[in-house]
Design a protein around this ligand. Structure first.
Ligand code: DAH
Length: 342
């Protein structure tokens, strides 16, 4: 009997000094853990007690146990309540805090908008879309395109060469993808290849060192110049409305024969002549032509059997004209006052 009273007293003084849930947990273990809890051991010891005393002893232990469990539970409740109270007191709302700006979600860059529009148009006409490397070999950027070693386009003034890596350049146009795409697609082919290009230009309102083009080509049997013109007319009308017309005038590009310089009728002045079209009524937006047989051969295509046309649209230019943007440098400038307008 003495044991029980002692245990009871010890337990009562302990539980009165418990301040937090962790110590309560430890106290509970001390008496009720399955291996070495004091009460657990007492219960286990009952087996050795002579039979006549066992019943009474058992009852006593049980009463003690029930009382202890009850005080542990009510202590637990009390401690939890205190904890909640503390949280409510310390985590009150600070009404003096300034109103933080809402997180704004971004949107697409105007060049991306127009690129997406053209991608939709070309895929609707059965074209595939391909991506290509911006760091490009001189072979794909120039040689495969029938651009001779001595051509001024290779001049260091226009091309970013890669230091200590002879034969590598930042691509100067998306035409670098033509032969790559010929090598990786099956005939007949219709592919567009949009992407970023680089030229060592001194920048001004019309020139940027980093700009975007959208290249495209078709290779099949019986492809003619009329097909080229038809496709580019569709592009012009898609971008600038049903009244838009295109004009093709001869221009030399080594990778096409014949080659043309493509213009769209100035939709700002309806071809009457204005500041933007420099009074000519026409705006230059692309280069194009019938693919040179040497380029087809570089792409592994039988130039006797197949022909094709290719075109390269200056995306920045298209976007500037579409939205009336007066300076190409806005595109890479990162000025939110510009970007937020789209
Ligand atoms: N690559 C030319 C440039 O950057 C544009 C071009 C002209 C692309 C004629 C073509 C083409 O595909 O046929 O100036």
């Amino acid at each position: 009997m003495q044991d029980y009273l002692q245990i009871k007293e010890k337990f009562n003084s302990q539980i009165n000094s418990v301040q937090d849930l962790n110590s309560l947990e430890l106290l509970e273990q001390e008496y009720f853990s399955r291996k070495a809890g004091e009460i657990t051991l007492l219960m286990r010891g009952l087996g050795d007690v002579p039979e006549e005393e066992r019943k009474e002893k058992g009852q006593k232990i049980n009463e003690l146990k029930v009382a202890m469990v009850q005080s542990i539970e009510s202590k637990r409740l009390e401690l939890k309540e205190n904890e909640y109270k503390k949280i409510i007191e310390t985590e009150s709302i600070d009404i003096t805090q300034p109103n933080l700006p809402k997180h704004e979600s971004g949107h697409l860059h105007p060049i991306t908008l127009v690129q997406n529009q053209l991608e939709d148009l070309f895929t609707s006409m059965g074209f595939a879309i391909e991506d290509g490397p911006e760091l490009e070999s001189e072979y794909y950027n120039f040689t495969a395109l029938n651009i001779p070693e001595t051509h001024p386009a290779r001049d260091t003034q226009d091309t970013f060469y890669i230091k200590d890596h002879a034969g590598w350049v930042m691509r100067t146009h998306t035409s670098s993808m033509q032969v790559r795409a010929m090598q990786s697609n099956d005939l007949p082919m219709r592919v567009i290849m949009p992407g970023r290009c680089y030229r060592n230009e001194s920048t001004d309102a019309r020139h940027e060192h980093t700009f975007y083009q959208l290249e495209g080509f078709v290779v099949d049997e019986n492809i003619s110049f009329a097909n080229l013109k038809g496709i580019l007319e569709v592009v012009a009308k898609n971008l600038y409305g049903p009244e838009a017309k295109i004009r093709l005038r001869p221009k030399f590009y080594p990778f096409v024969e014949p080659g043309v310089n493509g213009e769209v009728s100035c939709f700002l002045c309806e071809s009457k002549g204005c500041r933007v079209c420099k009074q000519s009524g026409w705006l230059e937006i692309f280069g194009a032509g019938m693919i040179h047989p040497n380029v087809l051969s570089a792409g592994g295509i039988d130039a006797q059997k197949y022909q094709g046309f290719a075109f390269g649209l200056g995306l920045d230019r298209l976007v500037m004209l579409k939205y009336g943007i007066e300076d190409i440098r806005h595109f890479q400038g990162g000025d939110l006052r510009f970007l937020k307008q789209f």
